[in-house]
Design a protein around this ligand. Structure first.
Ligand code: AMP
Ligand code: MG
Length: 403
């Protein structure tokens, strides 16, 4: 790597990330049905009201026996009863008899083992038991997995499918979680047309709202995409005001750089939002603040800039507000397979491909912030630090792994 000594310019990405996080306090705790809890963070310890299993039951389809009765197998014994799963009036096992039992059915009192059906002739009046079994064989005992009254899930646990399954298994239908953030997404630009519409000359298809809404939802947020607005200050303000009360955050894209029609900057400067230049490429022009009581972050319009702004600044802030303690993507070091240049006074994020188990990263596309297809073909960001103007092929670089 070629390092150069240059004066720093703008706020650092790490400082800016803190400023965005400061806009978003911890989200309130709500009790949500399990089906809405996936990926959210448990806010309180959960105590099991029942044991798992709740009663001694059979782990196999077969015959409930006294192990001492079948010690001399092979032998035939009378089948005194039939116990399907869910039966509640199970009678005690009389000595010298067996009861046919299904997986999950309650063990009869007096039985201490199950002979699986494969080790019998499957008889229904009398059954030929082909092999002896030790006591406790194929019995699932009450409380083996969970004891009633104990904590089964700790506050701070991220609720993935196994944790949700466990909550249901102990009879809990709703869990206390930090509720999803409600994020408004507003793209600006008079040139924008929605996918699926005809594309008039001089226009482009709008993509930031789709990308940002998906990114918000991927971490458990609720995204509302507002109809994107032309570069018109009053239309922009009206679009926000209409929805502000029902949101936790507004994310805008476009209209924050140094051009003449910077609608977001024009509408929000002096109204609680401060615009800064972050020492990063792409994604330098940023704004954040509170407009009309609504926290706002404003991203630049180029698609890769908007995506990286979410990734580097907003994603950690939203995860933290949701109660996650791990808010960073994994990082690894790898060897660049090609040379890259970087503006020396900024942190540059190039896009790359890195295959797990290898030590290399292949840069994908150039530094341009409009190269969305290259971004979509990448799976990591290559972080080229402030003060480095050139990375040579074979140099080690830091990667942020995106998937
Ligand atoms: P701006 O930040 O508004 O100056 O936009 C920078 C570049 O990104 C311009 O080429 C815009 O056309 C493009 N752009 C802005 N917003 C979007 C969007 N929502 N979807 C796709 N491209 C956009
Ligand atoms: Mg624009």
């Amino acid at each position: 790597m070629v390092s150069v000594d240059v004066p720093k310019r703008g706020v650092t990405p790490w400082e800016y990330r803190q400023e965005v996080a400061a806009l978003l306090p911890a989200l309130p705790v709500e009790s949500l049905p399990l089906a809405r809890c996936r990926g959210l963070v448990l806010a309180e310890d959960v105590v099991a009201g029942v044991s798992l299993p709740p009663f001694d039951n059979s782990a196999m389809d077969g015959y409930a026996v006294r192990s001492s009765d079948v010690a001399g197998a092979p032998l035939a014994l009378p089948v005194a009863d039939d116990i399907p799963a869910g039966r509640v009036d199970v009678r005690p096992l009389a000595p010298g008899t067996v009861q046919r039992i299904m997986t999950g059915a309650p063990m009869p009192a007096g039985a201490d083992a199950v002979v699986q059906v494969e080790l019998t002739d499957g008889g229904t009046d009398t059954v030929l038991i082909e092999a002896a079994v030790a006591a406790r064989t194929h019995v699932r005992f009450v409380g083996e997995d969970v004891t009633a009254g104990t904590v089964v899930l700790r506050a701070g646990t991220v609720l993935h499918p196994p944790q949700l399954g466990l909550a249901a298994a102990v009879g809990i239908a709703a869990l206390p979680v930090r509720r999803p953030p409600r994020v408004l997404i507003l793209s600006t630009g008079s040139e924008l047309v929605a996918a699926g519409e005809p594309l008039p000359p001089g226009h482009i298809y709008e993509s930031n709202s789709v990308l940002l809404a998906a990114a918000v939802e991927e971490i458990g947020g609720e995204a509302t995409v507002l109809r994107f607005v032309p570069d018109d200050v009053s239309e922009f303000r009206a679009a926000i005001t209409e929805h502000a009360a029902s949101a936790d955050l507004l994310v805008t894209s476009g209209g924050v750089s140094a051009g003449a029609y910077e609608v977001v900057k024009d509408a929000l400067t002096g109204h609680g939002v401060e615009f800064v230049r972050v020492a990063i490429q792409p994604g330098g022009p940023q704004g954040r603040g509170v407009f009309d009581g609504l926290p706002v972050v404003t991203f630049p319009g180029n698609p890769v800039s908007a995506a990286l702004s979410f990734e580097l600044f907003l994603r950690p802030a939203l995860l933290s507000a949701l109660g996650h303690t791990v808010v960073d993507r994994p990082r690894v070091r790898a060897t660049a397979t090609a040379a890259m240049t970087s503006p020396p006074n900024r942190v540059q994020y190039r896009r790359g491909r890195h295959d797990a188990g290898t030590v290399e990263v292949v840069p994908v596309g150039g530094p341009g912030s409009h190269l969305l297809a290259a971004f979509a073909a990448s799976n990591c960001l290559i972080e080229i630090p402030d003060g480095v103007s050139e990375v040579r092929a074979g140099d080690e670089v830091d990667l942020i792994l995106l998937d």
